[in-house]
Write a protein that binds this ligand. Structure first.
Ligand SMILES: Cc1ncc(COP(=O)(O)O)c(C=O)c1O
Length: 457
């Protein structure tokens, strides 16, 4: 049986969630139906919403169940972006806003092209480097088709967005890379001159920023963001914030009301619930333009609700909240044992992310191994009976250098040697020791194999 050290990708369902899931799957009834079976399903759904809300310091009305983290993030980013343009209120019609349309009245389908940034009230979207692909791809789509102008905010060498960098971007220019919307890129270049000179509180407006989105904790290198400080900076400028808390949920206490952001995404399968269920927390005052239209079953999302998924999600959430203090304490000990033993077994290994134990996710140990291809290590360890990850995506089997590591300033050649170990429910000290014992041989073989493509500088 392989030793599973890839809990950040997905973690096994906890027994309470699995049994709740199986029994809820046997219940018939659409929660929108009026009859008693429908109402029973609705009760199960709403009780689950209450549990999930409580686990995150939110109200039930703020919980929108979704198909997972990716959908939640897309709904938050696109939905907030569209709403901030006044599109829901019809300030400009979509046809009028699209480039190539001479007049709104004369628009027909063949005229419809990308939205011109100049048509938008708030084209700017602020995103740090090193976010999850669900965020990156959603904002890039907005830049390509909807006139968004993305400002990639620089993160530090540990992968952290500092409040100062966010403040500078909101005050008038990030100094980061700007993507999308030609004329606005020029406007931003002017703003960049002001970077580092934040406006005094009260004078700030950041009127052209649609939203800010950032991770609560980085899913690759485990670094925890100063979420409360970042949220406070954005609040001073009146800019809505979305937080991707998918990798933090179950590992860190999350209080939605306390941080006071507009939206926050979580996913059930990262905390021992099923794959295919998640939630977007949407503050009472926040509004999104929906991605999915239909029966209007939830705020911002249509579609018959997945009662069994919600029940299992709630069981996992309950378990996560009840066990978090001991779970995190035990996991941190195992993680620190893993980090220390890898460093002594493979002295050339470099720990990435924040080395301070309280500043990285409890189950995360992320290294780069000089002179090795992360994928070679992954395959060698797989054959030896260990499931681990490079942390970054593969495109049709072609390894992709981690955009998280490059955002942190790690040279590409070093970034190629990345390997992420993530511990979770059921991980034992014996498993950690077995992995460490297997590492020197795997590293020796992988460095002999070297790089598939030596052209990289
Ligand atoms: C930080 C982060 N955000 C978003 C997601 C996407 O969540 P899901 O798999 O539920 O779509 C993941 C999953 O790996 C993640 O780690």
């Amino acid at each position: 049986m392989a030793i599973y050290l890839d809990h950040a990708a997905t973690t096994p369902m906890v027994p309470a969630a699995l049994s709740a899931y199986v029994s809820a799957l046997g219940v018939v009834g659409n929660p929108s139906s009026i009859h008693s079976q429908g109402q029973q399903a609705k009760r199960m759904l709403e009780e689950s919403r209450e549990v999930v809300a409580e686990s995150l310091g939110a109200d039930p009305v703020e919980v929108v169940f979704t198909s997972g983290g990716t959908e939640s993030i897309n709904l938050a980013i696109k939905g907030l972006f569209w709403h901030r343009q006044g599109r829901a209120g019809g300030v400009r019609s979509a046809a009028e806003a699209r480039a190539g349309v001479a007049s709104a009245g004369g628009a027909n389908l063949s005229d419809v092209g990308p939205v011109a940034p100049s048509a938008l009230r708030r084209p700017r979207v602020l995103v740090p480097g090193g976010e999850h692909h669900a965020t990156n791809d959603a904002v890039e789509w907005l830049a390509q088709y909807e006139g968004a102008q993305i400002e990639w905010l620089p993160v530090d060498a540990l992968g952290r967005l500092t409040p100062e960098v966010l403040e500078a971007a909101l005050a008038g220019g990030s100094g980061g890379d700007v993507q999308g919307g030609g004329e606005h890129a020029e406007a931003s270049a002017t703003r960049e001159a002001k970077a580092g000179h934040p406006l005094p509180a009260g004078a700030a407006t950041a009127d052209d920023v649609a939203l800010v989105s950032f991770l609560w904790a980085n899913n690759e290198v485990g670094t925890i963001q100063p979420v409360a400080e970042l949220a406070a900076v954005a609040a001073r400028y009146g800019v809505p914030v979305h937080v991707d808390a998918v990798s933090a949920y179950g590992y860190l206490p999350i209080d939605f009301h306390e941080i006071g952001v507009a939206a926050l995404s979580v996913s059930a399968h990262k905390i021992g619930g099923p794959v295919g269920v998640g939630a977007l927390l949407l503050a009472r005052t926040a509004e999104v333009v929906p991605l999915i239209h239909g029966g209007g079953q939830q705020r911002g999302r249509s579609g018959t609700q997945d009662v069994a998924g919600a029940v299992a999600f709630a069981a996992a959430a309950q378990n996560a909240i009840e066990t978090m203090p001991s779970f995190v304490a035990e996991l941190s000990v195992l993680r620190d044992r893993l980090i220390a033993s890898i460093r002594s077994a493979v002295p050339t290994a470099v720990l990435r992310g924040d080395p301070a134990p309280d500043a990285r996710l409890a189950g995360n140990a992320h290294f780069t191994f000089a002179g090795c291809e992360g994928d070679s290590l992954l395959f060698l360890l797989d054959v030896a009976g260990f499931s681990v990850s490079t942390g970054s995506a593969c495109q049709a089997g072609v390894p992709e250098v981690s955009h998280v590591l490059t955002a942190m300033g790690v040279p590409e050649l070093e970034a190629r040697g990345a390997l992420r170990f993530t511990l979770g429910h059921g991980t034992t000290a014996a498993e950690v020791d077995a992995l460490v014992a297997a590492m020197p041989a795997a590293v020796a073989r992988a460095s002999k194999a070297g790089f598939a493509d030596r052209a990289v500088a």
